[in-house]
Every structure is written in structure tokens, then in C-alpha cells.
Write a protein that binds this ligand. Structure first.
Ligand code: NAG
Ligand code: NAG
Length: 220
């Protein structure tokens, strides 16, 4: 059609003709400016409509050619792993939406593949040992091996972000030395319940996580 697109012609025309003429003739040009403004709106609407149609068509073609796949090319991570939100809802079935969102934000800040330890408190243990003692043990998980009042739990006392698995299990062993009665000991008399259930979660994608309960975490 031409070397310039309609929009470019229109912009050029605005600066070269419309604006100078407007300045010269002032309010006499008002009707013309009005028409120009409507024309500009029509141009932009047509363009947006066309782009939107292309987007929908691409999406449909991609859906037809790869049934079950979405548009994101993330090597199927979304299908192999649960979303972090689903993982948290599974781990904390009783938590409020607000708490889940808070934990999710905390985990989303971690780097991919960083291990996250999640401890769900055991109410029987808390009843026997007081909530203050429970908090002391969780604070130990949050601060052990860190310097200068740093914490790995952002104050959550339940979601602990580690650099790697070695660090995670080193801290667990340290806490076992400091608070042995937080752990379940088969041979102890009387029997002592574990302080909670430990889950290990690894962030594998933007919002995806691999996770599992570690049933021997709190066993001596
Ligand atoms: C294509 O699939 C995605 C997710 O599978 C869906 O969100 C989207 O609406 C689908 N698009 C069309 C045009 O069917
Ligand atoms: C794990 O992280 C700690 C602390 O950042 C670091 O000192 C250690 O070398 C790391 N170990 C491995 C196996 O990456």
C-alpha cells in the first residue's frame, strides 16, 4: 500500500499539517480536530482488535496441536509437579488463605532448587511441653548456624529456607543435640511424641514445587 503504515502517515500528517494549521486558525479548526481524534481512535481500535484476534487464533492452534499443553514452554514442569499453592494447601489443610498466601510469597522468593523445610506442629507435643518451648525449638530451626540475628523463616516459625540439603540436615542434627525431647525416640520410656511433622519442599519452577513428608526427620 505505502512505505509508511497508516498510523505513521497519520502521525506525520498530524505534526506537519494538523498542528500548524490549528495554531494558525485556532478555534476555526475545532471541527477538524474533532474528526481527527475520532479517526485516531478508530485506527487504534482496529489495530487492537486485529492483534487480539491473532493472539486468540495462535492460542487455539497451539491448543489443537498440543492437547493438554499450555502456551508456556517450560518443559512440562507444570504437569509434572504441583503448584506451590497446592503443595501448601496439602501440607497445611487447616491454615487460612492469608497464611497460605504468606508462605507462598516466602517460598516464591527462594531460588529454584533451594530446599525449604516446613514444620507442622503436633498439638499433643505443644500441650505437654508448652507453646513457649515449641516456639523456642522453632526459633532454633530459624537461627541455628546463622550469624547476626539472621533468620531463615522470615518470622513464620514454620517455613524455613535453606541454601542446600547439607545445611538443612546439619541444622536438624544440631537441634537434635539441643532439644532431644522434640524428637521421637523408639526406646524412650515414657514414649515422647515428635514436635511436629516435617515436609521437605523444593521449588522447581516459577510457581511449582516438588514436596514430600520426611517421616524420619523427627526420629532419633
Ligand atoms: C488454550 O489452552 C489454555 C490452557 O490450556 C487456555 O487457558 C486457553 O483459554 C485456551 N485457548 C483457547 C483459544 O482455547
Ligand atoms: C551448603 O551451604 C552452605 C552455607 O551456604 C555452604 O557453606 C556449603 O558449602 C554448601 N554445601 C554444599 C554441599 O553445597
Amino acid at each position: 500500500m505505502s512505505l509508511l503504515s497508516s498510523i505513521e502517515w497519520f502521525t506525520w500528517f498530524t505534526y506537519v499539517a494538523i498542528l500548524p494549521v490549528c495554531s494558525l486558525f485556532g478555534w476555526l479548526m475545532l471541527p477538524f480536530v474533532f474528526v481527527a481524534s475520532i479517526t485516531a481512535n478508530i485506527f487504534v481500535s482496529i489495530r487492537l482488535l486485529r492483534d487480539f484476534t491473532c493472539y486468540m487464533t495462535d492460542n487455539l492452534i497451539s491448543n489443537l496441536s498440543q492437547p493438554g499443553n499450555d502456551m508456556n514452554d517450560n518443559n512440562g514442569i507444570d504437569e509434572m509437579f504441583a503448584s506451590t499453592r497446592e503443595a501448601l494447601e496439602d501440607i497445611f489443610p487447616k491454615a487460612s488463605n492469608k497464611d497460605i498466601e504468606r508462605y507462598e510469597r516466602q517460598i516464591n522468593e527462594a531460588d529454584d532448587l533451594d530446599p525449604v523445610l516446613i514444620i507442622v506442629g503436633n498439638q499433643n507435643w505443644i500441650n505437654q511441653n508448652t507453646y513457649a518451648t515449641y516456639q523456642a525449638v522453632m526459633t532454633a530451626f530459624a537461627t541455628n548456624n546463622l550469624q547476626n540475628n539472621q533468620r531463615r523463616d522470615e518470622g513464620s516459625l514454620g517455613v524455613f529456607h535453606f541454601q542446600n540439603m547439607t545445611e538443612l540436615y546439619t541444622v536438624r542434627d544440631n537441634i537434635r543435640g539441643l532439644y532431644p525431647n522434640a524428637f521421637f525416640d523408639r526406646n524412650a520410656q515414657p514414649q515422647q511424641e515428635p514436635i511436629g511433622t516435617a515436609w521437605i519442599l523444593v521449588k522447581v519452577g516459577v510457581r511449582s514445587s516438588d514436596y514430600a513428608v520426611d517421616s524420619s526427620f523427627f526420629v532419633i
